[in-house]
Write a protein that binds this ligand. Sequence first.
Ligand SMILES: CC(C)(COP(=O)(O)OP(=O)(O)OC[C@H]1O[C@@H](n2cnc3c(N)ncnc32)[C@H](O)[C@@H]1OP(=O)(O)O)[C@@H](O)C(=O)NCCC(=O)NCCS
Length: 149
Amino acid sequence: VPSTIRAARADDLDVLVGLLGLLFTMEADFRPDAARQRRGLEAMLADPQRRIVLVAEASGRVVGMGTGQLVVSTAEGGPSLLVEDVVLEESARGQGTGRALLAALEAWARARGASRLQLLVDLENRPALGFYRRLGWQATQLMALRRLL
Ligand SMILES: CC(C)(COP(=O)(O)OP(=O)(O)OC[C@H]1O[C@@H](n2cnc3c(N)ncnc32)[C@H](O)[C@@H]1OP(=O)(O)O)[C@@H](O)C(=O)NCCC(=O)NCCS
């Protein structure tokens, strides 16, 4: 069944928190924490000018998601979209839904003047690396660093 992509609503939050739990279980840098994921998603939904939460729906059920946040890039001299939280439940993978989600995030960013999209992938997530490469994303020489407060 083909998926429909639409903006997330408050009543999607339970399902989205579950999807983020899947993602943060896969990625070595993160631990699932439903309360934090809910707070984060609520913060995004509260700022629709700069942030977008998209869901993929199949047969009336949410099966995947992706988020985007506009940041200002001095390198670009304008907005760039930070893409995060791209994840589909297992049964929905490999049917073009990830491609559709990324296309919708890109369209949202373009409509707001963005000239670049950027994201981070777990270095050991081979399938995701293959997926993004197929979609035309280029690897960079940058390394992600973080300091937790
Ligand atoms: C990564 C993910 C979002 C991809 O979504 P998907 O719906 O399975 O991918 P699609 O079916 O839309 O694939 C789009 C294209 O990428 C290609 N592709 C998908 N996985 C690939 C892989 N491992 N290697 C090479 N190409 C791949 C597909 O063949 C397809 O090509 P085509 O459209 O030219 O035929 C999904 O598999 C997922 O949720 N994975 C687990 C979570 C995750 O890793 N998220 C990324 C975090 S950064």
